[in-house]
Design a protein around this ligand. Structure first.
Ligand code: ADP
Length: 400
């Protein structure tokens, strides 16, 4: 079965087409700057002889126009990817917020779209875009079954003492204010891969998973299930991220409103888009910051220290609640690529049985890597994440 995985954002659509269950990636691409005059489409078709790449400048008025363009590329008879629309058996959608309603991949029905729409107040930036993607895909691929895979679903196993905030009960009961957590598909994927790698059933594995991309989050995984995570109601709390502050005292917000007269929207923007590494150094790209730090740039040195200090604090906290650890897993852009961040995140953790081997950490091999020293009781793993493949897998599992 051919499964198209779609991740629709407010100004972008990313897609991958898989042949399942063989997990063969047939093509992938993305459209950026939807709604702006200078949009861009990138497309890669994987062939036996190599790749065929297209980069195209165009205007994409909305997601529908973007998806129509993608459909035209997939159905292009010269490519031989898909001979007719019915050949795409399913479209798997990344949906950011599933609230308490969705614990697993779910076949999309009118009731499900209504629930996703009902959750918009909890994810005002993401869920509306995801809904647009779903509605458009239903029109563009009417024969395909549509499946939603939620970023929050894997964390639905958090116990109540971990997911509740210590605020009046009604705010939870009537408004759903609680920890939901994000990046669930990635945490789940790397935990599954980690268990396979150490050759243990997932339901006996305790892991700390560390997803460091532009957004960053950690999860404590006990016997294969998420029992705590660093993001919350929204993707804002927890680690220092590319442009998000991570944990701060909520009183900072009162100060911004009362003394600097900022509106809620301005504070939202400040903490989500102008803080984190960007607020500290001017750049949200760790590669720039590592380069600047190497030449002694004080703000970059401090940012790296803050970023990795926060990760170490969470490793300590999660080691305490897990009690026993099989592995610590680094993943996503920074986690998979930054030698310095992994090294500094593991500093001083030998009391927890975690010791890094600096030479293994520096090796630039592909795939899953072990980077712990021989005397480390806990495995340190680098596992490339693949959220789209996990969405395709869950979609396939649900439908078969
Ligand atoms: P997203 O959350 O957007 O999916 P990614 O997982 O692709 O993010 O990670 C993007 C980030 O990874 C970039 O902002 C960049 O800072 C970081 N990154 C990528 N390669 C490296 C590298 N070699 N060294 C340090 N950071 C890197």
């Amino acid at each position: 079965m051919k499964i198209l995985v779609i991740n629709t954002g407010s100004s972008s659509v990313k897609f991958k087409l898989y042949d399942m269950p063989a997990k063969v990636l047939l093509c992938e691409g993305q459209i950026e700057r939807i709604g702006e005059p200078e949009g861009r489409l990138m497309f890669t078709h994987y062939l036996k002889s190599g790749t065929d790449d297209i980069v195209l400048q165009d205007t994409f008025e909305d997601q529908q126009q973007g998806l129509n363009k993608i459909a035209a590329l997939l159905l292009d008879p010269d490519r031989g990817l898909v001979s007719h629309p019915g050949e795409i058996g399913a479209v798997g959608h990344r949906v950011v917020h599933g609230g308490e309603d969705f614990h697993e991949a779910t076949l999309i029905t009118p009731k499900v779209t209504a629930k996703i729409a009902h959750l918009v107040p909890l994810a005002p930036l993401h869920n509306p875009a995801n809904l647009k993607g779903i509605r458009t895909a239903m029109q563009v691929f009417p024969q395909a079954r549509q499946v939603a895979v939620f970023d929050t679903a894997f964390h639905q196993t958090l116990p109540e003492h971990a997911f509740r905030y210590a605020i009046p009960n009604d705010l939870y009961r009537e408004h759903g204010l609680r920890v939901y957590g994000m990046h669930g598909t990635s945490h789940q994927y790397v935990a599954e891969q980690g268990a396979q790698h150490i050759d243990k059933p997932l339901d006996t594995c305790n892991f700390i998973t560390i997803h460091l991309g532009n957004g960053c989050s950690m999860a404590a995984i006990e016997n294969g299930k998420s029992i705590d995570t660093s993001m919350g109601l929204s993707p804002l709390p927890g680690l220092v991220m590319g442009t998000r502050s991570g944990d701060i005292d909520p009183a900072v917000i009162f100060y911004l409103c009362r003394h600097l007269k900022m509106t809620a929207d301005q504070v939202d923007r400040l903490l989500n888009k102008e803080s984190g590494l960007k607020g500290l150094t001017g750049s949200n790209d760790l590669r720039d910051i590592v380069r600047q730090a190497a030449s002694g740039h004080q703000a970059s040195l401090l940012a790296i220290h803050m970023y990795t200090y926060r990760i170490r604090k969470y490793i300590g906290a999660y080691a305490a609640i897990l009690g026993r650890l099989d592995g610590v897993i680094f993943t996503a852009g920074v986690g998979e690529n930054s030698v310095l961040i992994r090294e500094k995140s593991c500093e001083g953790l030998s009391m927890l049985g975690i010791t890094l081997d600096t030479q293994l950490n520096e090796q630039k091999t592909q795939g899953i890597r072990e980077i712990q020293s021989p005397d480390s009781a806990v495995k340190l793993l680098i596992i490339p994440t693949n959220e789209e493949l996990e969405i395709a897998r869950q979609t396939y599992r649900l439908l078969s």
